[in-house]
Design a protein around this ligand. Structure first.
Ligand code: ADP
Ligand code: ASP
Ligand code: MG
Length: 420
């Protein structure tokens, strides 16, 4: 007998028929003698629908007074799908109980719309599991110290599932979704993308942070911190396939580097359209410039990603960086109002139509020429690189958004990821 956490995403929970299918699959696992906790997402489209209603009343701005209410609102999507799943399980003859995040005390901080989990009380859940029930816990949400409902950021049910698995010391966390694992890149963009049987935790972390939305980055961070065995697999296989076959399917996130020895230098390609580029032009080239610009941005709680500073010419330089697209207008205003006058810089320019494409692989540690191969491949497609950033196991470039798919396809081919 094992304790296993199942997470089902929005598409997997997308209709009563699909919920019925999830219930049959979960009941199969329970009948096999396992203790099962299920963390569902809201039915697909529901979170967008709810947030869209709020937007009709008032456009959302992070940090707004009503972000508390946005969480109150968005959390209802998961509450509904969890209750529906419990009903479906009970109708299959499988004892089951559903809980909202606050009822099993998934405690978070108070950062509404992007809260972080601080603790989970496992007593109530363990009691139900030991009484033979399947326990369903809403994904995406928690409760702060003042009893306010919080949510964990878009895609946050992945993080709920891994956090619950860590708290319960589960044997495995199975992330059921609408693809049958983690691919070399998004299979919706590159049909030739291949499923990886295993991916190292470090690579998964880079891929998620570089934009692969198959897993929310915080879920991967949690899995790494608490060494939660984690697998991404399909909820669209027939529910009654052999349980051992199902348990070995998909992509396993591994913590052992040795298992990766056979793998290619580049394991995956990630892309992200959520960023925008900002340049401060004609900045006097003297100590403290980066601090004056980025300090002001950080003080406004805006996260900065890729940064470059040009060589100076006649004592002046240009300074560019990227921010989340949602923070673009706010950052430009801030720089114009507060930073330009104090800095004596000439101008602020921006471009919201950019994207970031990254190649990721732990093999990059021990191979030279990987980045140059990336640059050659992009130049052969006539794609201009605007910014570059690297870490030990990834190289990212910022390019014009209109070339994103072309770049991803070209790189996928150049690094032989099309080949089995
Ligand atoms: P869920 O609702 O189950 O959480 P998501 O839409 O959040 O599902 O994540 C699954 C989607 O992630 C896939 O449908 C796929 O388009 C996308 N995706 C992006 N990058 C990858 C990748 N490298 N491997 C697999 N899927 C990816
Ligand atoms: N329902 C939430 C969202 O759409 C959380 C999730 O699906 O993981 O972002
Ligand atoms: Mg998701």
């Amino acid at each position: 007998m094992a304790l296993i956490v199942h997470k089902y995403g929005g598409t997997s929970m997308g209709s009563t028929e699909r919920i019925r299918n999830v219930a049959k699959r979960v009941a199969k696992w329970a009948r096999a003698g396992h203790q099962i906790v299920v963390v569902p997402s809201a039915m697909s489209g529901e979170t967008n629908r709810l947030l869209g209603l709020a937007k009709e009343l008032a456009p959302a701005k992070p940090g707004d007074a009503y972000s508390r209410e946005l969480d109150m609102l968005a959390s209802t999507g998961e509450q509904a799908s969890s209750a529906l799943l419990a009903i479906a399980l009970q109708s299959e003859g499988q004892p089951s109980v559903s809980y909202a995040g606050w009822q099993v005390a998934i405690k978070t901080n108070s950062a509404f719309t992007k809260a972080r989990i601080e603790s989970i009380d496992d007593a109530r859940v363990m009691g139900d599991l030991n009484a033979g029930k399947v326990v369903i816990i809403t994904g995406f949400q928690g409760v702060d110290d003042n009893g306010n409902i919080t949510t964990l950021g878009r895609g946050g049910s992945d993080t709920s599932a891994v956090a619950v698995a860590a708290a319960l010391k589960a044997d495995e966390c199975l992330i059921y979704t609408d693809v049958d694992g983690v691919y070399t890149t998004d299979p919706r963009v590159v049909p030739e993308a291949r499923r990886l049987q295993t991916v190292s935790f470090e690579e998964m972390l880079e891929m998620a942070s570089m934009g692969s939305k198959v897993l929310q980055i915080r879920s991967v961070e949690f899995a790494g911190k608490y060494k939660v065995p984690m697998r991404v697999l399909s909820s669209f296989t027939p529910w009654d396939i052999d349980i051992n076959e199902e348990a070995a399917s998909g992509t396993l996130i591994t913590f052992e580097e040795d298992e990766q020895m056979e793998q290619a230098v580049v394991s995956g390609i990630a892309f992200n359209r959520d960023e925008a580029k900002i340049s401060v032009l004609g900045v006097p080239d003297k100590p403290g410039i980066a601090y004056q610009i980025l300090g002001a941005v950080a003080d406004a709680n805006i996260e900065v990603d890729v940064i470059i500073q040009n060589l100076s010419k006649d004592g002046k330089t240009d300074f560019s960086f990227t921010v989340h697209r949602n923070d673009y207008a706010k950052t430009i205003d801030l720089l114009k109002e507060k930073v330009l006058p104090a800095l004596g810089a000439a101008e602020v320019a921006g471009d919201a139509k950019i994207c970031k494409v990254s190649i990721v692989g732990i093999g990059m540690r021990s191979h030279v020429g990987v980045a140059s191969k990336m640059f050659r491949s992009l130049s052969e497609e006539g794609i201009n690189i605007q910014m570059i950033s690297t870490s030990e196991i990834k190289t990212s470039v910022v390019i014009d958004e209109k070339y994103m798919e072309l770049a991803v396809r070209a790189l996928h081919k150049a690094f032989d990821l099309d080949q089995a």
